[in-house]
Design a protein around this ligand. Structure first.
Ligand code: FBP
Length: 331
C-alpha cells in the first residue's frame, strides 16, 4: 500500500512549477512551459559540454561578439540551442542574447507571447577548454508593449521588474537554480532518469560570510577605496573573522553559486580600464541579483541596488557587489 510522503525525492522541476502555478488563480501554465523549455535546452547544452573534450567543439569560431569577445564553438551551440528551443513555445514576444548585437525576434510563423527572455548562453567562456564549471543565465520579464512583435522596451526594464530568473550550472553535476518570486530553489539533474530533482529547497544565503571573490589581478587598476576594502578583508582580526578566504573560479555563475550557499561576497568592480566593470547588466547582474536578493542577500553596483538600475542599452555593463547582506553593506 503506497504511503503518501512529503519527501522532495519525487519533486521534479516541472512538478514544482506546475504546483506553484496551481496556487495562483489565473495562472495559464505559460511559465511552466517557459521554464520547462529552458531546462530542456540546458540538457542539450550539457550533453555537448560533457563530451566537449572528445569532439571538436572546443576552441574558437574566429568570430567576435558585440563586446569584442572571441566566440567559442560551445557558446554558439548554446546560443542557437536556447533560441531554437524557445522561439516556438508561443509565450515569448522577443529574446535578447549576450552573443547577439540586436534583439532576437520570434519568427513570424510562431505566435507572439506575453514574455521577454534575456539570456547569457554560456557564462565563464574563458574556462570552457579547461573543464572548469561554466553556466547559462536567464531572466524573464512580462512584456510592456501591447501586442505583436516585441520591442526594446520589453527588454530594457529595471531588474526589479523581472518575473523570474535563474542559472544552470554545468559542473561536477548539473544544476538548475531559479526563482519565480517564491523562494530560490535548486534542482540537480539525475542523469539516470534525465530529470531535475529538487536538491536545494528554498535556498537562504547566510547574512555574513568570510569568503571574498574578486580578480585581484586587476588591483592596480582599482580605485583606492576598493584597494582599501580588499586590504581590510585580508588583515588579521579574530573578532571580525578576518582574514577572509579568497576564492575566484573566474566563472561568474560558479562563484555566485558558491557565495549563495556558503555566504561571503563576489565583486567585479569598475576600474581604470573599464569604469563600469566587465559584467553585463541585462544578462548577468540583473538575474543573479534577483536570485541572491530573493535568497536574503544583496546586490549593488557600489552606489545603488542593481535591481533599481534603469537600463538604457542591451549590452551595458555595471560593477557588481553581490552576496551576504552584511558583506555587501561592508563593501
Ligand atoms: P562571459 O564568459 O559570459 O563573457 O562572462 C564573463 C566572465 O567570464 C565571468 O563568467 C567571469 O566571472 C568573468 O568574466 C571573469 O573575468 P576576468 O577574467 O576579468 O576575471
Amino acid at each position: 500500500m503506497v504511503q503518501p510522503t512529503q519527501s522532495s525525492k519525487f519533486m521534479t522541476l516541472v512538478r514544482q512549477i506546475h504546483e506553484g502555478e496551481q496556487s495562483h488563480p489565473g495562472a495559464t501554465g505559460e511559465f511552466s512551459d517557459l521554464l520547462h523549455g529552458l531546462s530542456l535546452a540546458a540538457k542539450l547544452v550539457w550533453r555537448e559540454v560533457t563530451k566537449a573534450g572528445l569532439v571538436n567543439i572546443l576552441g574558437k569560431t574566429d568570430r567576435l561578439n558585440i563586446s569584442g569577445d572571441e566566440v567559442k564553438k560551445l557558446d554558439e551551440f548554446a546560443d542557437e540551442t536556447i533560441f531554437k528551443m524557445m522561439d516556438h513555445v508561443g509565450h515569448l514576444c522577443v529574446m535578447a542574447s549576450e552573443e547577439n548585437e540586436d534583439l532576437l525576434h520570434i519568427p513570424e510563423h510562431y505566435p507572439q507571447g506575453r514574455y521577454a527572455l534575456i539570456y547569457d548562453p554560456l557564462d565563464g567562456s574563458s574556462n570552457i577548454d579547461a573543464n572548469v564549471t561554466i553556466g547559462s543565465i536567464f531572466s524573464i520579464h512580462r512584456r510592456v508593449s501591447r501586442e505583436g512583435k516585441g520591442t526594446m522596451d520589453d527588454v530594457l526594464q529595471p531588474g526589479h521588474k523581472q518575473v523570474a530568473a535563474g542559472y544552470i550550472l554545468y559542473g561536477s553535476s548539473m544544476m538548475f537554480v531559479y526563482c519565480a518570486g517564491h523562494g530560490v530553489h535548486g534542482f540537480t539533474l539525475d542523469p539516470t532518469v534525465g530529470e531535475f530533482l529538487l536538491s536545494h529547497e528554498n535556498i537562504r544565503i547566510p547574512p555574513r560570510g568570510s569568503i571574498y571573490s574578486v580578480n585581484e589581478g586587476n588591483i592596480g587598476r582599482w580605485k583606492p577605496e576598493m584597494q582599501r576594502y580588499v586590504q581590510y578583508l585580508k588583515q588579521e582580526d579574530k573578532e571580525t573573522g578576518r582574514p577572509y578566504s579568497s576564492r575566484y573560479i573566474g566563472s561568474l555563475v560558479a562563484d555566485v553559486h558558491r557565495t549563495l550557499l556558503y555566504g561571503g561576497i563576489y565583486c567585479y568592480p569598475g576600474d581604470t580600464r573599464s569604469p563600469e566593470g566587465k559584467l553585463r547588466l541585462m544578462y548577468e547582474n540583473n538575474p543573479l541579483a534577483y536570485i541572491v536578493e530573493h535568497a536574503g542577500g544583496a546586490a549593488s553596483d557600489g552606489r545603488q541596488r542593481i535591481l533599481d538600475i534603469q537600463p538604457d542599452s542591451l549590452h551595458q555593463r555595471s560593477p557588481l557587489f553581490v552576496g551576504s547582506v552584511e558583506e555587501v553593506r561592508l563593501a
